[in-house]
Ligand binder design. Sequence first.
Ligand SMILES: Nc1nc2c(ncn2[C@@H]2O[C@H](COP(=O)(O)OP(=O)(O)OP(=O)(O)O)[C@@H](O)[C@H]2O)c(=O)[nH]1
Ligand SMILES: [Mg+2]
Length: 302
Amino acid sequence: MSLIKIFSAGLARSKAGFVDRLGNLFGAGELDDLFYEDLEETLITGDVGVNGSLQIVAALKEKARALGLKERVEVKNLLKRILIERLTLGNSPSLADNRPHIILLVGVNGSGKTTAAAKLANYYREQGKKVMLVAGDTFRAAATEQLEIWAKRADADLIKQQAGSDPAALFFDAINAARARNADVVIGDTAGRLHSKYNLMEELNKIYRVIDRNHPGAPHAVYLVIDATTGQNAIAQARHFNRALPLNGIILTKLDGTARGGIVIGIQDELEIPVCFVGMGEKIEDLVLFDPQAFVEALLIS
Ligand SMILES: Nc1nc2c(ncn2[C@@H]2O[C@H](COP(=O)(O)OP(=O)(O)OP(=O)(O)O)[C@@H](O)[C@H]2O)c(=O)[nH]1
Ligand SMILES: [Mg+2]
């Protein structure tokens, strides 16, 4: 399946909402104020965010005027180009030279961290990498069991500890184990936490520092896992997490569960952190490396 089709399938729920409304704007008709007002409203209600929506519309207006365009159908490609440009923030993460490459997943409860860890393990296994998962959610015993099942499916090693043990110490040991076993990629799950809980955010910072001490320069990627159905509240979450430890990217999960697919644009716009992967289902293969061009084509497919 082409990437455009994959994103289009992931946007199935948005099809009846954001995607259809957007597509309908570009029928026959003049490029008048009503068009720009409708576009602005569609973007805002699609979770693109108010500031971003205003900027996108202003940019489109300016370019259309400069080119002397008069018809709605003529500006669809212009809008695509504007969106692709906004979405291109260095979204393709490459693996670090100093192996193992260490990835840490953080986020609020239920955002999809454990599933994303498994999906990422599968993603790198498919590229022939040796992958190790770290059951860093030592808070709940069930969390380790959940990851254990996924690790088997993904054919990845799993490093775990008893429930209640210190996650920072677990990560320290996991790096040693990864070196001993020659792992290429280490993917660390962590316990879900409310971004407003100071102690829990401090714990993340400690995990971060301990990893860096044992493997200077690591973690190479800290991904904030965000549920796409959270809407604008996700922005507040991200700001808090970014204060506790530097985020490199976003894994946006459950895009298949929202009718407001514009959140992909909104989140990246507001945070200036690239969306690196998108989750579009519950199966292990339902994680895709974010591709701005394919995503925008899928958004404006009709
Ligand atoms: N439809 C859909 N469901 C998803 C996706 N990603 C995760 N889920 C579901 O979301 C629920 C929570 O996922 P988990 O991976 O357990 O979330 P978590 O962040 O690890 O949760 P905690 O450890 O409790 O904080 C599960 O039922 C997953 O199947 C996705 O991309 N699409
Ligand atoms: Mg979990």
